[in-house]
Structures are given as structure tokens and as C-alpha cells.
Design a protein around this ligand. Structure first.
Ligand code: BYC
Length: 467
């Protein structure tokens, strides 16, 4: 069996770990069959599979059936640093093993990260039935298979470093279910339904992007196996973000082209621009909460211990102070009828720092999307809601803020939420556009064709061979 799992963690030399994984594997296979992509189990999909960590040669591209996908376990090559480079333990050797005093925190971080991976697969499991093209269908399955591999990456850490309770946690990762009333996934955005492909593209733009920043901060960890696992996961994650960004871009292009021709998009089964904006509002604001509170003692503990760094903490050009005990983060909050600057000790503000980096990245994406609208020749633009809008976690959940980040009343916020997030009618309208298109090179009417193919193949390649 272990020859069948591509890995660079010497699995075959570790009988104890083998036994643990052997016990877990059938449960995983059951889960992948039941909660992974529905249908398409007998079809041949042109997929990328991670087979090593060599830059340039890490992935193998071939036709594979979903049940036969090979979920490998890989650690990225060692970092250039051999010592911890932030927090209270600067200068000590990076940890190969879990230090007893941080065991609970590390397990919690790994479990939370691991929980999102199967959750996203569950959220997306029905989308294959309405794929707008073959290339989109294979992209969906690529994302699903790689998120499932990321579950393996976290389960490997739980099994190899956390003993019996790690094994229990690994089991529970397969027991919770996205959106389940009694056993939901841990973080809220992973319990929201992804009803259609516009939601999928927004999710991969905004929620996978949270994944990128969380993984990047764990890739700085003093616990070296976690850092190296997440570092390699980022290699795959880049493609998922591109699927989202390009996907929404293609929807915007199609809608804008129709608007330029004076055609009402909904009249030909395409998606009106205001509805696209509402989806952007929904998934960006849901993803802001994933960063946790702006003022967080957990975040301070994670940073102090060296468990979780800032984005690119190890880059000397980015940060001169890796202790972060002297500085404060100033958050603008509206309280007692006026704006004031709340000073948060920097360590406690690490979630806010990561969210700021994320928001800047989302703004860059918006500029690219607006360039598409500009190039097509329409005047309308899409925008990113303020990271204070519609928050349920953190200092901006203490009182209502509107889409632009200005204070508002609970009544006005409720009205704005009703107007700026998709309604049932909006979901139904988008649902009506979701007709499957499975002929090579053809795309559904609500989305522009992709500009190029993937995996070295042209856009009209037969990416899925139906049985
Ligand atoms: N929902 O101190 P606080 C991805 C809890 S996505 C529910 O403010 P903290 C992917 C929190 O647990 C990336 N609960 O925040 C994307 C805490 O509970 P306790 C996933 C929440 O702890 C797409 C309390 O509230 N990875 O990879 O500093 C497809 C106070 O929390 C939420 C990670 O998240 C929430 N939104 O930060 C596939 C990295 N926010 O302790 C995959 C690992 C907070 O009072 N996780 N809470 O019981 C973490 O680093 C941190 O747990 C969080 C929260 C950033 C999530």
C-alpha cells in the first residue's frame, strides 16, 4: 500500500505510522466516495497529482479516475533557517517534535486547518452536474482532489506527532460534515452551501485566499513538520486561487459583453452584474471572519510561542522586529458616537495584520476584474465591501458598520444585508443558468471561454473522458 502513496516522509520505514494510516485510510476512502464529487466515478479525468517536491517536476499530469487518485504526503525542503526566528523562542532550534507546553495549541491549529479541507470538498460535491465546460469540470475535480490531499497532509501530522488523541482527531475530521446541524465543520464559512458555479468561483477567490494566508502563516511555524507541510500545500493552492479569479473574470466578461450589446444578461441565461456583486459581497465578508478577532489573545499566544507567524515573517526585508512586544496596531473603531483609534498590542493584533494583507490582495483582484469591465467598454465597476461590513467575529462585530465601513444602525445594516447579499430570487436566477456543457471546447452561455488550457493542453482538449 505504501508504495501506492507517493511520499517523501519515509513512510515505509515507520511501521507505527503505517499502522495508524492503514487504519484511517478505509474511512477516508468511504468519505471520498460518499462526500467527494457526486457522480463521475468511472470517468477518466485529466488531473495533476503531486509526486515529489522538486520545483518544476513536482506534479504528474495524466488521466485518472477519481477513486484512484493518489493522495501523497509531502514535506517541502527544509527552510534556510535552522532556528526559530520570531516570538519568545528566537534563536532556539526549530522543533522536529511537538513541545509539550504547546501541544494543545498546535493540535487545535492543525485540526482547524485540516477541518476546512474536507469541508470544502463536501460544499462542492454536486457542482460537477452543472459544469459550464469540460475544463471547468476538471478544474473542480483538481481542486477537490488537492483539498483532500491537504486533509492527508494534516492527518499525517496528527498521526505522526499526537499519539492517540491525534488519531481521534483524525477520525473526527471525517465525521463532521459541512452544514450538519449536530456535527458541523469548525469555521462558519465552511458550513455555507456552495449552490452554484458563481459561488464556487467566489469561494475559490475569497475563501481559498484565506487558506493561502493561513497556510503561509503556518509555513513560518517553529514546528518544522507543520511549516514544511503547509509550505508544500501552498504550491497547489495557487492554482485554486487562479481558478476563482479567472472564473469570476470570465463571468464578468460575458455579462459585460452582453451589456455592451444592449442585451439584458438574464434574458439570455447570463448573470446580471448586480447579482455578481452580491456574490462578491457574500463570500468576501464571510471570509473576513475566518481571520478570527482583530484583538486576540490566541493570536498573541500563537505568535509568542512561534506557532504561527505573520505573512512572510522570515523575509528580513518585510519585518525588522520579530519580537513584536514594543509596537501597537491602531484599529479605527466607532464608539461613543465618534471615531477613535484603539491601540492593540501588536502580538494580539496578528489576525488583524494578516487580514490587512489579505484585503490588499483582494483589492488587487478587484482591479483586475474591473480592468476586464473597462476593456469590454462598460462603465460599471465591481467593488470589495469593507472588512468591517457584516462581521460576526472581532472588534467590528461589536456594532454595525456598512459596506463602506461607516457606522450604521442595526436596522440599516439589516436592510443593507438584505439588499447587498444574494436573495432567494438571485440564487434561483443563477441556478437557472447552470446547465452542464460537456463537449470539448464549448462553454455555457453565462461565462466567457477560458483564454487557455491547463496542463500543457489546449482549451478545447477532451479533459474528461466519459465512460
Ligand atoms: N468561526 O482569538 P480569536 C483553508 C473562534 S482556510 C468560528 O478571535 P483565533 C481552505 C476561535 O476558534 C484556512 N469560530 O481567533 C480554504 C476561538 O475559539 P476558542 C483555515 C471562530 O483563535 C478553502 C474564538 O473564536 N486555516 O485552508 O486567533 C478551501 C476566539 O478566536 C472563528 C486556519 O484557519 C470563525 N470564523 O483565530 C479549503 C488556520 N474565528 O479558543 C481550505 C488555523 C474565531 O475561544 N486556525 N473563532 O474556543 C487558526 O489560525 C485560528 O483558529 C483562526 C481563529 C484564525 C481560525
Amino acid at each position: 500500500m505504501f508504495e501506492a502513496i507517493p511520499n517523501n516522509v519515509s513512510l515505509s520505514d515507520n511501521p507505527k505510522l503505517q499502522r495508524a494510516l492503514l487504519k484511517w485510510q478505509p474511512q477516508f476512502q468511504d468519505w471520498w466516495r460518499e462526500m467527494g464529487p457526486e457522480g463521475f466515478q468511472e470517468d477518466q479525468i485529466y488531473l495533476r497529482t503531486a509526486v515529489s517536491v522538486e520545483p518544476g517536476g513536482w506534479a504528474n499530469w495524466d488521466f485518472v479516475k477519481l477513486p484512484d487518485y493518489r493522495f501523497g504526503i509531502f514535506l517541502a525542503p527544509p527552510r534556510k533557517q535552522e532556528q526559530i526566528y520570531f516570538g519568545d523562542n528566537i534563536g532556539r532550534k526549530l522543533w522536529d517534535q511537538v513541545p509539550g507546553e504547546f501541544r494543545k495549541e498546535l493540535r487545535r491549529l492543525i485540526v482547524t486547518q485540516g477541518d476546512t479541507e474536507p469541508a470544502s470538498v463536501e460544499q462542492q460535491r454536486l457542482l460537477g452536474k452543472t459544469a459550464p465546460s469540460l475544463i471547468d469540470l476538471r478544474n473542480l475535480f483538481q481542486v477537490n482532489a488537492e483539498e483532500a490531499r491537504h486533509l492527508w497532509a494534516m492527518v499525517y501530522l496528527l498521526h505522526s506527532h499526537f499519539g492517540a488523541d491525534g488519531r481521534d482527531e483524525a477520525d473526527e475530521l471525517l465525521e463532521r460534515r459541512s452544514g450538519h446541524a449536530d456535527h458541523p465543520r469548525i469555521l462558519e464559512a465552511f458550513n455555507k452551501p456552495i449552490r452554484d458555479w458563481l459561488a464556487f468561483f467566489c469561494f475559490t477567490t475569497f475563501t481559498d485566499r484565506d487558506g493561502k494566508y493561513q497556510l503561509a502563516s503556518l509555513a513560518e511555524s517553529a514546528f518544522d513538520p507543520l511549516a514544511r507541510s503547509t509550505n508544500f500545500m501552498l504550491t497547489e493552492e495557487a492554482f485554486h486561487l487562479a481558478v476563482g479569479e479567472k472564473g469570476v473574470g470570465r463571468v464578468l466578461r460575458r455579462t459585460a459583453e452582453l451589456m455592451r450589446e444592449g442585451v439584458e444578461p438574464a434574458s439570455v441565461g447570463a448573470i446580471p452584474l448586480p447579482v455578481i456583486q452580491k456574490y462578491i459581497n457574500e463570500w468576501s465578508s464571510a471570509s473576513y471572519d475566518l481571520f478570527g478577532g482583530e484583538d486576540s489573545t490566541n493570536a498573541a499566544t500563537f505568535f509568542a510561542a512561534g506557532l504561527k507567524g505573520r505573512f512572510q515573517e522570515g523575509d528580513e526585508r518585510k519585518y525588522s522586529d520579530h519580537v513584536a512586544l514594543e509596537s501597537v496596531y491602531e484599529a479605527e473603531v466607532f464608539e461613543n458616537d465618534h471615531w477613535s483609534k484603539r491601540e492593540i498590542p501588536l502580538r494580539r493584533a496578528m489576525n488583524a495584520c494578516l487580514l490587512d494583507t489579505y484585503v490588499a490582495d483582494c483589492r488587487r483582484v478587484m482591479q483586475k476584474w474591473n480592468k476586464i469591465l473597462e476593456d469590454v467598454g462598460i462603465d460599471e465597476r465591481v467593488s470589495l465591501p469593507s472588512s468591517r461590513f457584516n462581521r460576526h467575529v472581532g472588534i467590528y462585530s461589536e456594532r454595525p458598520y456598512d459596506m463602506t465601513g461607516q457606522p450604521t444602525t442595526p436596522e440599516k445594516l439589516a436592510q443593507m444585508v438584505a439588499e447587498s447579499l444574494p436573495t432567494r430570487e438571485d440564487y434561483e436566477l443563477v441556478q437557472r443558468s447552470m446547465v452542464p456543457v460537456y463537449q470539448p471546447g464549448k462553454v455555457a452561455n453565462w461565462i466567457a471561454p477560458p483564454q487557455k488550457g491547463v496542463g500543457g493542453k489546449p482549451a478545447d482538449f477532451e479533459y474528461v473522458k466519459f465512460h
